[in-house]
Design a protein around this ligand. Sequence first.
Ligand SMILES: Nc1ncnc2c1ncn2[C@@H]1O[C@H](COP(=O)(O)OP(=O)(O)OP(=O)(O)O)[C@@H](O)[C@H]1O
Ligand SMILES: [Mg+2]
Length: 298
Amino acid sequence: MVVMETDAVSLTAVTKSFGAVRAVDGLTLTIPRGSTVALLGPNGAGKSTTIGMLLGLIPPDSGKAALFGLDPGQAVRRGLAGAMPQEGGLIPRVTIGELLTFLAGTYPAPLPLDQVLALAQMTGLRNRRVDKLSGGQAQRVRFAMALIGDPGLIVLDEPTAALDVEARREFWNGMRTLAGRGKTILFSTHHLGEADEQADRFVVIDRGRVVADGTSTEIKKIVALTTVSVTAPAEVGWLGDLPGVRRMEVRGDRAHLRSADPDATVMALAEAGAVRNLEVAPAGLEDAFVALTSKETV
Ligand SMILES: Nc1ncnc2c1ncn2[C@@H]1O[C@H](COP(=O)(O)OP(=O)(O)OP(=O)(O)O)[C@@H](O)[C@H]1O
Ligand SMILES: [Mg+2]
């Protein structure tokens, strides 16, 4: 077997274009084993293309992808990486139990069926036909398909998109069990709150490039600027030069200062006698995300 000392995921300057569209543009990403990483980015940012390349489904135009130091296709065939297809992949007319048993037979060291069914919250659905499932149930079957080979790396492209609130909660319980067993998990999502709760690390991509990479706190700190606003004084130009202020905007009779250091900004406003109808609004991951991926720079 492979010596498991290497990183779970290693993408080095991978690039992929579809015609004139550069979906992934020189992206480098390393994920050591054992972490849970959220891949975030607006529609069309290149998340699915990145995932396709790291699973060996899409050949990069240039750069290199490796899983556990192996060629991605090889790693997937050995059961080292399990992926959840975004849609499709279900053979009609077989039961969930039959489908998973068949798949288990294709891996060297699969998980027992009962365990997979429990992790995917499907214990009662074993004999249900896969073409008679609701969207949320089908999604759980795909999740089970990702787990059956007992992979060290689990890659999920928008795994909770079709799940209701309760199913989503159960899904993440299953994921936390797996993370607790030392599995590496990479998932994409548009639910920032969910990402904030589940992931150790956030990789934000936009236009095919990594635009931020860190913990939730780090990402909020880098870009989530607090908004400090006051009634605009007669002369506003100097406000932009106050400590901490990255951007200044006047709307109506208010001056809005986006500040990386709101304490210092407010203090300086006070010293200048400009504190009038002061408002301070903190920013969250949502703001950070918008700031990172909007066209304007912060
Ligand atoms: N097979 C394809 N053929 C042509 N263009 C494609 C193909 N796959 C992706 N693209 C384009 O590449 C870009 C990145 O797409 P990708 O699916 O990777 O984005 P994404 O971040 O997963 O978006 P979403 O959040 O909507 O799922 C988009 O502009 C998309 O239109
Ligand atoms: Mg996608």
